[in-house]
Design a protein around this ligand. Sequence first.
Ligand code: TYM
Length: 337
Amino acid sequence: MEETVAKKRMLSGIKPSGDLTLGSYLGAIKNWKERADEFDCFYFMADLHAITVRQDPASLRRRTLEQLAQYIACGLDPEKNTLFIQSHVHQHAELGWVLNCYSMFGELSRMTQFKDKSAKNADNINGGLFTYPSLMAADILLYQPDYVPVGEDQKQHVELCHTIARRFNGVYGDVFKIPEPYVPKVGARIMSLTNPTAKMSKSEDEDTGRVLLMDAPEVIMKQFKRAITDSDTENCVRYDKENKPGVANLMTIYSAVTGKTYDEIEAEFAGSGYGKFKPAVGEAVVEMLRPIREEATRLMKDKGYLEGIFRDGAQKASYVAEKTLRKVYKKVGFVAK
Ligand code: TYM
């Protein structure tokens, strides 16, 4: 008799706080789709997280739907992956509250993202921004996943999720599975093209240093042609993250897109300098993003289809999430409904 082995589970999310960038794709989504057949996958639009920073309501709605269209266009088949909007699954906010009570002030204060975001939004350092990692822990733990595929900057939050889960399990027994972050070997931290010491970010205002998934080919080519290389006069494509961060970032992008190693890239551009290298990276990115942009644009015209996907997704997600939430409520001593 054939034995059926339960698939391992993956879960991740992205805040619709800005338009998706090449960084969101290479750091996260690329890994999501590569594992879609192997794992039972849950991916969501983290709209509850997006409002920790002020959002224009119409833009937030547009970006949330566009993000769903982009997930599908990137290759996440809605038949194989559960795709949903975080605020449609009320269990996230409910478990988030419970886990707030198991997250320590000191731990939350040490989060790099909290420190960065409070420096950038000094007039709006709200409670949500501070307790954001407890909600993120709830997002994860509700689904008992094995892996959480994220870029480098979210690793600290996944590690805090471990701490919170272990603390809870330590009091009540094995309620939560302890998940592992799953960070790509190449592309975990894509930097701005104009400031290679800062992360390429979707939340920044108009910035020439980022590439959006929906950018037209000519815009992408322009961005790469004006990408900062280095102040050295070497004009040589060589991987040296410390002394040549601009070139290293471009090499990382090229490697993540083409699958070539740094040695292969150095050999490919030996003797040809940055003038040939920069447009070559741009072209590789254009070709990778072209089908995604075209498919997402097509899907955005079919709101009925997208609605069907997010409704189904919320139903499936809610079914799984509710099981964990019931268990948690019982453990902490809430009276059953
Ligand atoms: P967010 O929305 O900032 O980023 C989404 C994902 O993209 C990755 N990423 C990058 N990777 C490489 N280079 C970059 N420049 C770059 N920019 C973004 C991020 O690491 C992330 O994987 N808190 C999360 C959203 C979230 C979540 C969750 C993630 C909410 N709940 C539960 C996993 C599990 C966030 O703000 O990611």
